[in-house]
Ligand binder design. Structure first.
Ligand SMILES: Nc1nc2c(ncn2[C@@H]2O[C@H](COP(=O)(O)OP(=O)(O)OP(=O)(O)O)[C@@H](O)[C@H]2O)c(=O)[nH]1
Ligand SMILES: [Mg+2]
Length: 441
């Protein structure tokens, strides 16, 4: 897909700033340079120039020209660095449009970079993730994916799958000559190694996804245990109503907060107990339903009268952490350490730091190796899972007796990996991915 239209957008965020940038890409860029700057620009050199409108100068600033294919998009690109005021930038953008450009869609610059082979899909997504990063660790991980760390591992696995597939298919062609059985044992070993490598990649990608997305933390437990007090402690504000009356919280309360740069969505819920009150019952239903999208469930219960975790919550896929609260009311017990349950007091704040640390570790922003960390998205995790499932379906018998079926599973796994880097893709998927980018990127 080669775009013939020239696109333009304000690339800097809305508002007032020292500098604002209008960016254009496409074959019409020379005409824009002619109309706005009025003289040719030397590629890759910053030129101080007057930006001309139809009725006189709009602003003075720096003009940068990148000639195709040596640009971010792979097309002719013009960047105009003007004063960062909304009126100035709107005028500049309008001038570009008057000279034949059209407004860029969100992510369209990155989409063109992808179509021109400047970035693969995982790298293009890493650009957006880098911009959206809310912690240093997340930014580092996105940077690694942007430079191709993730893509290289995906491609290396794809290449190994391909080699094995070719071997199996070659075995098919020479079936009469008995080649396949001779190599089947070795090939089966190769498949095992591939399965392991895929599982390791899945694990690293899941870690990268968490770094980027942060954690959804559900606070649950019996009534009056101090759940809302915990939400308030974490949020550092009195967002939830706290009273000594059991059954205070009914609705699910959500707080978005940053824990040392790690994005957390914390949900406070209604206390779980036997109740005939329809409002309370609905609150409890919602509390249990919220567990399906939680990464971590904090089961808060009073240290003096602990209640075991609700079976429905314990059965969810989330990590369950048991918190014994109100330790200011009970005699001191075991010395603090790594062991669960975590002991804390929302009244004195004891144990809160240990809990924060625990959450940071669960999210992978602490105590994890710096090397080999890259960002990933849920879409990538689904593809890796599907690839693993395709390989998991294979049995040694199939491998030896029906290599054509085995080869087909390998092809499926390879295809799934191809969706990560964009070798295999659909317009719908691309549309969905790039639509979530910002305009001008
Ligand atoms: N002594 C002591 N009291 C606490 C502690 N944490 C919470 N409380 C008190 O316990 C009562 C209940 O606290 P909440 O935070 O409302 O408890 P909850 O679990 O949200 O209760 P429901 O919303 O009714 O399910 C309030 O009076 C709090 O002040 C603690 O660590 N120590
Ligand atoms: Mg409450």
């Amino acid at each position: 897909m080669v775009a013939s239209e020239t696109i333009a957008a304000i690339a800097t965020p809305p508002g007032f700033g020292g500098v604002g940038i209008v960016r254009c890409s496409g074959p019409g860029v020379p005409a824009l340079i002619d109309g706005i700057v009025g003289r040719p620009l030397q590629p890759r050199l910053a030129t101080f120039a007057t930006f001309h409108g139809e009725q006189g100068p709009i602003d003075h600033g720096l003009a940068l020209y990148f000639r195709a294919p040596g640009s971010f998009t792979g097309e002719d690109v013009l960047e105009l660095q003007a004063h960062g005021g909304p009126v100035v930038l709107d005028l500049l953008l309008a001038r570009c449009l008057a000279l034949g450009a059209r407004p860029a869609r969100p992510g369209e610059f990155s989409e063109r970079a992808f179509h021109h082979g400047k970035l693969d899909l995982a790298q293009a997504e890493a650009v957006a993730d880098l911009i959206a990063s809310r912690s240093v660790a997340a930014a580092r991980a996105a940077q690694a994916s942007l430079t191709g760390e993730f893509s290289r591992r995906v491609q290396a696995l794809g290449a190994r799958l391909m080699t094995l597939r070719v071997q199996l298919e070659a075995g098919l062609d020479f079936a009469d000559e008995d080649i396949a059985p001779a190599h089947a044992g070795e090939q089966w070993q190769t498949l095992q190694a591939l399965r392991e490598a895929l599982a390791a990649l899945q694990q690293d990608a899941a870690h990268g996804e968490r770094l980027q997305q942060g954690l959804t933390v559900l606070i649950a437990g019996p009534p009056n245990a101090g759940k809302s007090s915990l939400l308030n402690r974490l949020a550092g504000s009195e967002s939830a109503i706290v009273t000594p009356i059991a059954g205070t919280t009914r609705d699910v309360l959500r707080e978005q907060l940053l824990l040392d740069g790690l994005p957390l969505e914390v949900l406070d819920t209604a206390g779980l107990r036997e109740s005939s009150d329809p409002i309370e019952q609905e609150g409890m239903r919602r509390a249990r339903a919220a567990a399906s999208r939680a990464d971590v469930i904090l089961w808060v219960t009073e240290a003096g009268a602990p209640v075991p975790p609700d079976p429905a919550l314990a059965a969810s896929a989330a990590t369950l952490l048991v918190l014994h609260n109100k330790i200011d009311l009970t005699a001191p017990a075991a010395p603090p350490g790594e062991t669960l349950p975590l002991r804390c007091s929302m009244r004195t704040g004891e144990g809160i730091e240990a809990l924060r640390q625990r959450l940071r570790r669960l999210a992978g922003v602490e105590g994890s190796p710096e090397r080999g960390v890259f960002s990933a998205r849920r879409r990538h995790l689904h593809a890796l899972t599907a690839a693993q499932q395709a390989l998991a379906r294979l049995t040694p018998a199939e491998f030896i007796h029906t290599p054509e079926l085995a080869a087909e599973q390998l092809r499926l796994a390879q295809r799934e990996l191809g969706t990560i880097t964009g070798e295999v893709t659909t317009e719908d998927l691309l549309g969905e991915i790039f639509a979530s980018f910002c305009i001008g990127k």
